[in-house]
Design a protein. Structure first.
Lengths: 726, 75
């Protein structure tokens, strides 16, 4: 038997407990993705209930359906175009008045609505009593009480939803918001006009369309024009007449008057359905805020929390990171022993496993970070962090919440960019994503250590600090620049609710953490694998290089030479000779590697692009190192190790000496550090940018902007430095 | 008096919400309307934004946004 399918959409204000209810209904059977074309998270889940196949869709949390933010547009379009069988409006019972604003808008759209009065227990302890029967009667909507975090009332809610979906009740005309006489007159005039001229071509409820047109809703306007063609223009002319009349009458825009009147209508309902006991209770949340957003200790506490998150993510995360890394090494070594020496083996170990491994080792960081962020969000601290930081971030044209992703960037740009999800405005999100790579991540540090250590000696620390500072300054300048050009438009208003503090549910935290981490693994994995395979191919081919010397033969000769020496020498000299022999062999091997790298495609590319890098003082070897840094910035050091024919360990004096004797000047070294700080993000970061902006365009933009900026800054540093003779 | 001139813990009644376009409407939609009782809970440590209590919940606005709101009966 085929089960009947019903779709149920969950709508509601942010912080109304909507996600908790969604998690309770669907459990782990949820799919997380993005709404098409936008970066708003879309969650859905399928469950079976009393013989029905229910598809539950979690709409973005919104305060209204006025299409200002992308979330509101997504939520409204879903209800209008996908026509879910039932919309459940999740209402924070302790915040009824404001919640009813969205509810009245849902009632105006022609869809079957059901109210879930959530957090009924919280409301009760706050002395709020809601007469559900009265509310249900006044709005002609079924009402169910729920306590999301205790999983109470969910069964009843689903039953009520199924019942409503199956009932053929048309939403009654009455019991909707009634506006004042002048506005109602205008609405009915427009309604009549539409009915007479284009009734069939309007896809939505006519009264609703009339209301939206009167409110000057651009999206509905466009839709009407699109559907009705010529007549649409007449309709819009009629709208203009009515709007002018109302503006004249009220001395304000109709949409403002109507917002006011909706709240008037809500006030009436509140009077009848809600009683508040006057008894004052201790407001725990307010007391917590006396400490957490305190004038003096608010910032220190905030810094402590951020520090703790950083420590957990990167210090605690380092342990499992090590385990995974040794696991991968063990696996590689094992394969190296088992497989015969050939190109396939090299590909598998240095291409595939190294590539996939470089993603896998981030997993502990990502899990911990997302757990911390979920904790901040679910407790309500995130909005306090934004409250504290907004003044500072606003200077860059950003929202207070941008602070967290930018700070995380110092650890690793990948989770940092993913953390930008917490920003509500798409422009803020894109801007944050574009400037986060300038926060110098931990992978870039080894490069600075080598270069600064080799060329600046005792001043190395100051130089490295200066590099970090340069990143911050350029991010501020970039932020301001983009804010006033590319991503112009009204700053997202900082109208932000500070929800009461809540004890988070561990289940929600885990679901949150896992969903986001899973996405990281799935999407990033592909990109990084592809990137490392490309770099591997370029360094491994052509396979048959004609070397300038026969290294294998020379190694053999060295061996035989020392063998005879050892045999001839006294016993106590043997160890010394063996050591000499090993050094000689190692030198030959590094020399061979260097020549191989030089003659590989990568080396040839390096020589081709060298002219581009010569104005910034970087030779072909360093250019190749920068190119391979595309896979992961720490690779820059090991590539330099190979090409400058030195030991590749980052603390190695050999590489420093090799660099010093290679003709690189201090200003060239500084230019290279600046370039590493700024140039295009590594492949994992690019994958994150692509993913989070949902656009290839922004990814390419990020590559071009950062690389050009890097070149420009490095040019200034090198040429400037050379001029003053450094 | 403007909302942005109020001191912490003072209450007042909203007379007019000024400003333009989306921001103004957003403020209204959040329930800050003519006649609404409003209390200044606190200013952020850097004096901006400001936390308000309106219709029983807490909301924050930037000071420049609060400067668009005229209030009376400040207590």
């Amino acid at each position: 038997m085929i089960q009947k399918r019903l779709s149920i959409a969950l709508a509601g204000n942010p912080n109304s407990g909507k996600t908790t209810i969604f998690n309770n209904i669907t459990g782990t059977r949820q799919k997380v993705g993005n709404w098409p074309g936008v970066t708003v998270e879309k969650k859905e889940g399928n469950i079976n209930k009393s013989g029905y196949d229910l598809k539950i869709i979690d709409l973005p949390g919104t305060y209204s359906l006025t299409p200002f933010s992308i979330e509101e547009i997504v939520a409204r379009n879903f209800i209008l175009d996908e026509r879910p069988d039932v919309v459940i409006d999740i209402i924070d019972a302790s915040n009824l008045e404001r919640s009813l604003y969205l509810a009245t808008q849902l009632r105006e759209i022609d869809c079957k609505v059901l109210f879930a009065l959530n957090m009924a227990d919280v409301a009760q302890t706050r002395g709020i009593k809601i007469d559900d029967k009265k509310l249900s009667e006044l709005l002609a909507v079924p009402v169910v009480f729920t306590i999301g975090n205790k999983n109470k009332g969910i069964e009843t809610l689903l039953k009520a939803a199924i019942e409503l979906a199956e009932s053929d009740s048309v939403t009654p005309k009455k019991r909707k918001v009634k506006y004042s006489k002048d506005i109602e007159d205008s609405i009915s005039k427009i309604e009549r006009f539409i009915e007479n001229h284009a009734a069939d071509s309007i896809p939505y409820n006519i009264r609703w369309t009339a209301i939206k047109l009167l409110e000057d809703d651009q999206i509905v306007k466009e839709r009407v024009l699109e559907k009705t063609g010529k007549i649409g223009e007449d309709i819009l002319r009629e709208i203009d007449n009515q709007r002018n009349f109302l503006v004249d009458r009220f001395d304000d825009d109709p949409e403002i008057v109507m917002t006011d009147e909706r709240y008037g209508f809500i006030a009436g309902i509140i009077m009848e359905a809600l009683t508040t006991s006057t008894q004052q209770r201790v407001d725990i949340s307010r007391n917590v805020d006396l400490v957490l957003t305190n004038r003096f200790i608010g910032f220190p506490i905030f810094i402590f929390f951020i520090w703790a998150m950083f420590q957990l993510t990167f210090t605690l995360g380092a342990y499992p990171m090590d385990w995974i890394s040794s696991g991968i090494n063990l696996f590689s070594t094992l394969l190296a022993h088992v497989l015969p020496d050939n190109i396939f083996k090299d590909f598998l170990i240095n291409g595939v496993i190294a590539g996939v491994g470089s993603v896998m080792i981030f997993l502990p960081n990502i899990l911990i970070l997302f757990f911390c962020i979920a904790l901040f969000e679910d407790t309500g601290y995130m909005s306090r962090a934004a409250f504290l930081m907004d003044k500072i971030m606003h200077l860059i044209g950003l929202h207070g919440k941008s602070f967290i992703p930018m700070l995380m960037g110092f650890g690793c740009n990948v989770p940092a960019i993913m953390a930008s999800r917490t920003l509500e405005s798409e422009k803020d999100r894109i801007l944050t994503i574009l400037i986060t790579p300038f926060m110098s991540c931990s992978a870039r540090l080894p490069v600075y250590i080598i270069l600064a250590g080799a060329f600046f000696g005792a001043k190395a620390g100051t130089v490295i600090f200066g590099i970090y500072l340069l990143g911050i300054i350029l991010s501020i300048i970039t932020g301001r620049l983009f804010r006033s050009t590319l991503l112009r438009g009204i700053d997202a208003p900082f109208v932000m609710e500070l929800p009461p503090y809540r004890i988070p549910m561990i289940k929600s935290l885990l679901i949150h953490m896992w969903d986001r981490s899973k996405m990281f693994l799935k999407k990033m994995g592909g990109y990084i694998l592809a990137g490392s395979v490309v770099v591997w191919t370029l360094t491994a081919f052509p396979h048959n290089i004609s070397y300038t010397k026969n290294y294998d033969l020379e190694i053999e000769q060295v061996k035989t030479y020392f063998q005879t020496e050892i045999e001839a020498a006294q016993e106590f000299d043997n160890a010394l000779l063996a050591q000499k022999r090993d050094i000689a062999i190692a030198e030959l091997i590094t020399e061979k590697k260097a020549e191989k790298a030089e003659k590989s495609f990568m080396g040839r590319i390096g020589k081709v692009v060298a002219p581009i890098f010569s104005p910034i003082g970087i030779d072909w070897r360093a250019s190749v190192a920068l190119l391979t840094g595309f896979v992961a910035k720490e690779i820059v050091v090991s590539t330099m190790g190979i090409l400058y024919a030195a030991d590749e360990r980052e603390d190695s004096e050999a590489l420093k000496n090799a660099l010093l004797s290679s003709g690189m000047t201090p200003s060239a070294a500084l230019a290279m550090m600046v370039f590493v700080l700024l140039y295009m993000p590594c492949v994992a970061t690019l994958a994150a940018i692509r993913r989070e902006t949902a656009s290839l365009k922004w990814m390419i933009f990020s590559i071009s902007y950062s690389t050009l900026l890097a070149w420009g800054m490095a040019f200034l540093v090198y040429q400037g430095g050379t001029m003053i003779g450094v | 008096m403007l909302l942005s001139e109020m001191k912490e813990k003072q209450t007042a009644t909203v007379v007019r919400v000024g400003g333009i376009g989306a921001l103004r409407r957003r403020i209204l939609e959040m329930g800050i309307l003519k006649g609404t009782e409003i209390q200044v809970e606190k200013y952020a440590p850097l004096k901006d934004p400001v936390e308000l209590i309106v219709k029983g919940y807490h909301i924050s606005l930037r000071v420049e946004e609060a400067a668009q709101i005229t209030v009376e009966n400040v207590k």
